[in-house]
Write a protein that binds this ligand. Structure first.
Ligand code: ADP
Length: 260
């Protein structure tokens, strides 16, 4: 649409002067909308061919005919890469959805305490190889108004990142509590930590500190971008405290307007 969109800024000088600045951001907004639509459409279109390729790979792998070792290796590689691409496309679709706030009207009372306990049940298998010691300090009955699916993907992302980036036998502390005027969810690990110059960039799309390591962990670089957008429409704030080679703490604070 060609609506004029203005960004307004008001500044006060002393007690009797006000400066009002108006900037036309219509073009920037239109370009941003085009970018979002493009990403959503491409991701959507990629789903079908990927499903077909995956289907054929699985069919060959399941066939009775014994495969030559070279072909076997080739098919295993194709399967791994197709799964990676599948996850990436899935994450892109989730990101488009949260960026466009598609489910903005689906807010309801969400019991965060129960949601986080249920996430732990899901991630148990992920931790099997890593054997981390995970402590949980989850206060009961803490609810907020929001979209359950989106809140789940935000909390899940912080927990799975801690598991993925912390070397085996690490320590991960997860807590959820009412801080009086905020609900505070924290995931703390004693993993590799993040250098200060990288911390502010973590929520950018596709930003990964160490691309090859993230690739090995199956990362897409979209997880924290999704978290940021989910929090944008849940009055939530993400803060990251990290010390290089010591560990990181990712904290989400939900403000009282929605915390009940
Ligand atoms: P990815 O899919 O690569 O994990 P994210 O957006 O979730 O993407 O995270 C972005 C980057 O932030 C990761 O690639 C990693 O470099 C860094 N990161 C995230 N969580 C942690 C953590 N707990 N410890 C160390 N680095 C982390």
């Amino acid at each position: 649409n060609n609506e004029l969109q203005l960004e307004l800024r008001m500044m006060t000088y002393g007690s009797d002067q006000i400066l009002l600045l108006a900037r036309d951001i219509s073009k920037i907004q239109r370009l941003e909308e085009m970018r979002r639509d493009f990403v959503a459409n491409v991701s959507h279109e990629l789903k079908t061919p990927l499903t077909v390729v995956r289907g054929y790979v699985e069919m060959v792998q399941a066939s009775e005919t014994a495969l030559d070792p070279h072909w076997k290796k080739a098919f295993t590689t194709i399967e791994t890469q197709v799964s990676r691409m599948d996850r990436l496309v899935e994450q892109l679709l989730v990101l488009s959805k949260v960026e466009n706030n598609v489910d903005g009207d689906k807010h309801q009372q969400v019991d965060l305490s129960r949601l986080i306990i249920s996430i732990f049940e899901e991630v148990q298998w992920l931790n099997q190889d890593k054997n981390h010691s995970i402590t949980k300090d989850i206060s009961a009955n803490l609810s907020i108004n929001g979209n359950e699916q989106e809140l789940k993907s935000a909390c899940l992302n912080l927990i799975t990142n801690a598991i993925a980036y912390t070397p085996a036998c690490g320590v991960i502390d997860v807590s959820l509590r009412d801080d009086g005027n905020k609900i505070r969810f924290s995931v703390k690990d004693n993993g590799p930590g993040i250098k200060p110059e990288h911390v502010n960039r973590l929520t950018e799309r596709f930003f990964r500190v160490d691309k090859s390591r993230s690739r090995n962990t199956g990362g897409s670089g979209l997880g924290l971008a999704i978290v940021k957008h989910v929090l944008n429409h849940h009055h939530g704030e993400l803060s990251i405290e990290s010390e290089w080679q010591k560990g990181s703490e990712f904290i989400i604070c939900f403000s009282p307007e929605i915390a009940k």
